[in-house]
Design a protein around this ligand. Sequence first.
Ligand code: ADP
Ligand code: MG
Length: 134
Amino acid sequence: MLIHSEAEMIKAGSDFAKTLTAPAVLELIGDVGAGKTTFTRGIAQGLGVKEGVTSPSFTLSKEYAGKEYRLVHYDFYRLADPGIMAENLADTMTDPDTITVVEWGQSIKDVLPEDRHIIEIKYINEDTREITIK
Ligand code: ADP
Ligand code: MG
Protein backbone atom coordinates (compact mmCIF):
# COMPACT_ATOMS: atom_id res chain seq x y z
CA MET A 1 0.00 0.00 0.00
CA LEU A 2 1.39 3.43 -0.92
CA ILE A 3 1.22 6.23 1.65
CA HIS A 4 1.63 9.72 0.29
CA SER A 5 2.07 11.90 3.39
CA GLU A 6 2.78 11.90 7.09
CA ALA A 7 -0.92 12.50 7.79
CA GLU A 8 -1.82 9.48 5.68
CA MET A 9 0.68 7.37 7.64
CA ILE A 10 -0.96 8.41 10.91
CA LYS A 11 -4.36 7.54 9.47
CA ALA A 12 -3.03 4.12 8.38
CA GLY A 13 -1.76 3.46 11.92
CA SER A 14 -4.99 4.65 13.46
CA ASP A 15 -7.12 2.49 11.17
CA PHE A 16 -4.93 -0.52 11.85
CA ALA A 17 -5.09 0.01 15.62
CA LYS A 18 -8.86 -0.20 15.49
CA THR A 19 -8.64 -3.75 14.10
CA LEU A 20 -6.54 -4.94 17.06
CA THR A 21 -7.52 -6.73 20.23
CA ALA A 22 -5.00 -7.07 23.05
CA PRO A 23 -2.66 -8.72 23.55
CA ALA A 24 -1.14 -7.91 20.17
CA VAL A 25 2.45 -7.40 19.09
CA LEU A 26 3.49 -5.28 16.12
CA GLU A 27 7.02 -5.45 14.77
CA LEU A 28 7.86 -2.38 12.67
CA ILE A 29 10.61 -2.86 10.11
CA GLY A 30 12.19 -0.03 8.12
CA ASP A 31 15.26 2.18 7.91
CA VAL A 32 15.84 5.31 9.99
CA GLY A 33 13.30 7.90 8.84
CA ALA A 34 11.04 5.36 7.16
CA GLY A 35 8.12 6.31 9.38
CA LYS A 36 7.95 3.65 12.12
CA THR A 37 7.43 6.18 14.90
CA THR A 38 4.98 8.13 12.76
CA PHE A 39 2.96 4.95 12.21
CA THR A 40 3.09 4.37 15.98
CA ARG A 41 1.62 7.86 16.49
CA GLY A 42 -1.27 6.66 14.39
CA ILE A 43 -1.59 3.50 16.45
CA ALA A 44 -1.74 5.66 19.57
CA GLN A 45 -4.38 7.89 18.03
CA GLY A 46 -6.46 4.87 17.07
CA LEU A 47 -6.22 3.53 20.62
CA GLY A 48 -7.40 6.86 22.01
CA VAL A 49 -4.08 7.94 23.55
CA LYS A 50 -4.29 11.65 24.37
CA GLU A 51 -0.64 12.52 24.94
CA GLY A 52 1.94 12.85 22.18
CA VAL A 53 4.10 9.88 21.24
CA THR A 54 7.83 10.52 21.10
CA SER A 55 10.58 8.15 20.04
CA PRO A 56 11.75 5.87 22.86
CA SER A 57 15.26 5.43 21.41
CA PHE A 58 16.92 6.67 24.59
CA THR A 59 14.56 5.18 27.17
CA LEU A 60 14.04 1.88 25.27
CA SER A 61 10.35 1.92 26.06
CA LYS A 62 7.45 4.26 26.71
CA GLU A 63 3.90 3.49 27.69
CA TYR A 64 0.65 5.30 27.08
CA ALA A 65 -2.87 4.82 28.36
CA GLY A 66 -5.44 4.43 25.63
CA LYS A 67 -9.18 4.27 25.95
CA GLU A 68 -9.42 0.51 26.29
CA TYR A 69 -5.83 -0.68 26.03
CA ARG A 70 -2.36 0.32 27.06
CA LEU A 71 0.20 1.00 24.33
CA VAL A 72 3.82 0.08 25.02
CA HIS A 73 6.32 1.31 22.44
CA TYR A 74 9.83 -0.16 22.35
CA ASP A 75 12.81 0.96 20.30
CA PHE A 76 15.88 -1.28 20.46
CA TYR A 77 18.03 0.73 18.05
CA ARG A 78 20.57 1.60 20.70
CA LEU A 79 20.40 -1.59 22.71
CA ALA A 80 23.70 -3.43 22.70
CA ASP A 81 22.50 -6.40 24.73
CA PRO A 82 18.80 -7.02 24.05
CA GLY A 83 18.81 -9.95 26.49
CA ILE A 84 18.41 -7.57 29.41
CA MET A 85 14.96 -6.59 28.13
CA ALA A 86 13.69 -10.09 27.44
CA GLU A 87 11.80 -10.58 30.70
CA ASN A 88 10.22 -7.13 30.68
CA LEU A 89 9.24 -7.62 27.06
CA ALA A 90 7.73 -11.05 27.68
CA ASP A 91 5.55 -9.63 30.48
CA THR A 92 4.38 -6.75 28.33
CA MET A 93 3.66 -8.78 25.22
CA THR A 94 1.43 -11.24 27.05
CA ASP A 95 -0.46 -8.65 29.07
CA PRO A 96 -4.14 -8.96 28.12
CA ASP A 97 -4.61 -5.17 28.10
CA THR A 98 -1.55 -4.24 26.09
CA ILE A 99 -0.77 -3.48 22.46
CA THR A 100 3.01 -3.75 22.03
CA VAL A 101 4.86 -1.97 19.23
CA VAL A 102 8.52 -2.80 18.62
CA GLU A 103 10.96 -0.85 16.46
CA TRP A 104 14.32 -2.47 15.65
CA GLY A 105 13.22 -5.84 17.02
CA GLN A 106 15.34 -7.96 14.69
CA SER A 107 17.97 -8.62 17.35
CA ILE A 108 15.33 -9.96 19.75
CA LYS A 109 13.31 -11.81 17.11
CA ASP A 110 13.45 -15.05 19.12
CA VAL A 111 11.56 -13.37 21.96
CA LEU A 112 8.77 -12.01 19.75
CA PRO A 113 5.69 -14.20 19.34
CA GLU A 114 5.25 -16.03 16.07
CA ASP A 115 1.78 -14.57 15.57
CA ARG A 116 2.91 -10.94 15.64
CA HIS A 117 1.97 -8.41 12.96
CA ILE A 118 4.97 -7.55 10.84
CA ILE A 119 4.74 -4.11 9.29
CA GLU A 120 7.38 -3.15 6.75
CA ILE A 121 7.76 0.49 5.78
CA LYS A 122 9.85 1.37 2.77
CA TYR A 123 11.07 4.85 1.84
CA ILE A 124 10.02 5.61 -1.74
CA ASN A 125 10.64 9.36 -1.87
CA GLU A 126 10.49 12.35 0.48
CA ASP A 127 6.73 12.11 1.01
CA THR A 128 5.91 8.61 -0.14
CA ARG A 129 6.26 5.32 1.72
CA GLU A 130 5.20 1.79 0.95
CA ILE A 131 3.65 -0.24 3.75
CA THR A 132 3.36 -4.01 3.78
CA ILE A 133 1.43 -5.63 6.62
CA LYS A 134 1.84 -9.34 7.26
P1 ADP B 1 11.46 6.07 12.01
O1 ADP B 1 10.80 5.88 13.32
O2 ADP B 1 11.20 4.94 11.04
O3 ADP B 1 12.94 6.35 12.12
P2 ADP B 1 10.02 8.57 11.92
O4 ADP B 1 8.57 8.24 11.91
O5 ADP B 1 10.62 9.04 13.18
O6 ADP B 1 10.85 7.35 11.29
O7 ADP B 1 10.31 9.70 10.82
C1 ADP B 1 9.73 9.72 9.57
C2 ADP B 1 9.99 11.10 8.96
O8 ADP B 1 9.54 11.12 7.60
C3 ADP B 1 9.21 12.18 9.68
O9 ADP B 1 10.01 13.34 9.73
C4 ADP B 1 7.99 12.41 8.78
O10 ADP B 1 7.51 13.72 8.85
C5 ADP B 1 8.59 12.15 7.42
N1 ADP B 1 7.61 11.69 6.42
C6 ADP B 1 7.40 12.24 5.21
N2 ADP B 1 6.48 11.59 4.51
C7 ADP B 1 6.09 10.56 5.29
C8 ADP B 1 5.14 9.51 5.09
N3 ADP B 1 4.44 9.36 3.98
N4 ADP B 1 4.99 8.62 6.11
C9 ADP B 1 5.72 8.76 7.22
N5 ADP B 1 6.63 9.71 7.47
C10 ADP B 1 6.80 10.62 6.49
MG1 MG C 1 11.58 5.60 15.27
